[in-house]
Design a protein around this ligand. Structure first.
Ligand SMILES: C[S@@+](CC[C@H](N)C(=O)[O-])C[C@H]1O[C@@H](n2cnc3c(N)ncnc32)[C@H](O)[C@@H]1O
Length: 268
């Protein structure tokens, strides 16, 4: 979870490679907009737009799109690619738009990275017209067949440090840890949204070999924790990682269970 300032720094750095690394966002953005089903000409706000996965899908349906993101570089690239879009670098917790300005507010894989999702949902509620729709996608985290990787990181990183793998998501209503789909639905209802609906999507991600798994995990938190190790431990971790991944590869191949949920609700 990141503040708007941290998001700016992180996503500014990722701008050139973002959709190459997170290659599924285009498909999920398309599914999210289809789930929200805006009429042609709808005024759509893409919140945390990134390189424009949701924006592209909304434009494809003939909507008029405003895109905001904490990262000025993401917004600059998005507007370069789609000059018809109004793009503004902005913290989604402080949306500089009038009440009721939009028919649909959509956020692809954003709520999970926010340090205060309730504040952002409150703002989204305010800028939607009565009857307007909010649509959100949330990545479902699961350890799945990467249990060996979790064990390896636990071995190398003391539990008392901040480093370590994210705990697997579950459906508990406890208010700490990664945002779960149940907690997100509850948050939508608490914010005042009605008719909360959810759709699950699964997209298995095949990874070719152990080095490719390393490359896949690097921008997903591995680089940060690996960088905290002393040099000799870093090399040992890498070697052990590749051995663990090779076992996974030999035992049916490296396929990650990528899944997401789409959430839709209406402002009464
Ligand atoms: C995981 S990316 C998703 C990008 C895009 N929606 C997609 O589906 O590919 C999260 C995006 O949210 C943006 N973001 C994070 N915190 C934000 C905030 N407080 N206000 C606005 N944007 C934020 C990041 O800069 C980043 O571009």
């Amino acid at each position: 979870m990141v503040s708007a300032a941290q998001a700016r720094e992180k996503y500014d750095q990722l701008v050139d490679r973002y959709e190459e690394i997170f290659f599924y966002v285009g498909t999920v953005g398309q599914r999210l907009v289809e789930f929200a089903a805006p009429a042609p000409g709808s005024r759509v706000l893409d919140v945390g737009a990134g390189r424009g996965a949701v924006t592209r899908a909304a434009l494809g349906l003939g909507c008029s799109v405003t895109a905001v993101d904490a990262s000025p570089k993401m917004i600059a690239r998005l507007v370069e690619d789609h000059p018809e879009v109004t793009g503004v670098a902005m913290d989604a917790a402080h949306l500089d738009f009038a009440d009721g300005a939009f028919d649909l507010a959509a956020a692809g894989f954003v709520v999970q990275v926010l340090d205060d999702p309730a504040a952002v949902l409150g703002e989204v509620h305010r800028v939607l017209r009565p009857g307007g729709i909010v649509a959100l996608s949330l990545e479902t985290q699961s350890v799945g067949r990467l249990g060996w990787f979790q064990d390896l990181t636990l071995e190398f990183f003391a539990p008392s440090t901040e480093a370590g793998p994210p705990p697997p998501a579950d459906d508990s209503t406890e208010q700490t840890g990664p945002l779960t789909h149940d907690r997100l639905d509850a948050l939508l209802a608490d914010t005042g949204f009605a008719d909360v609906e959810r759709l699950s999507i699964e997209m298995p991600v095949p990874i070719t070999d152990p080095p490719a798994l390393w490359d896949w995990l690097l921008p997903r938190g591995l680089a940060e924790i690996h960088g905290t190790l002393p040099e000799d431990r870093r090399a040992e971790f890498h070697t052990r990682f590749l051995a663990g991944a090779q076992t996974m590869h030999d035992d049916g191949g490296i396929t990650l269970d990528f899944a997401a949920t789409l959430h839709r609700a209406r402002r009464p």
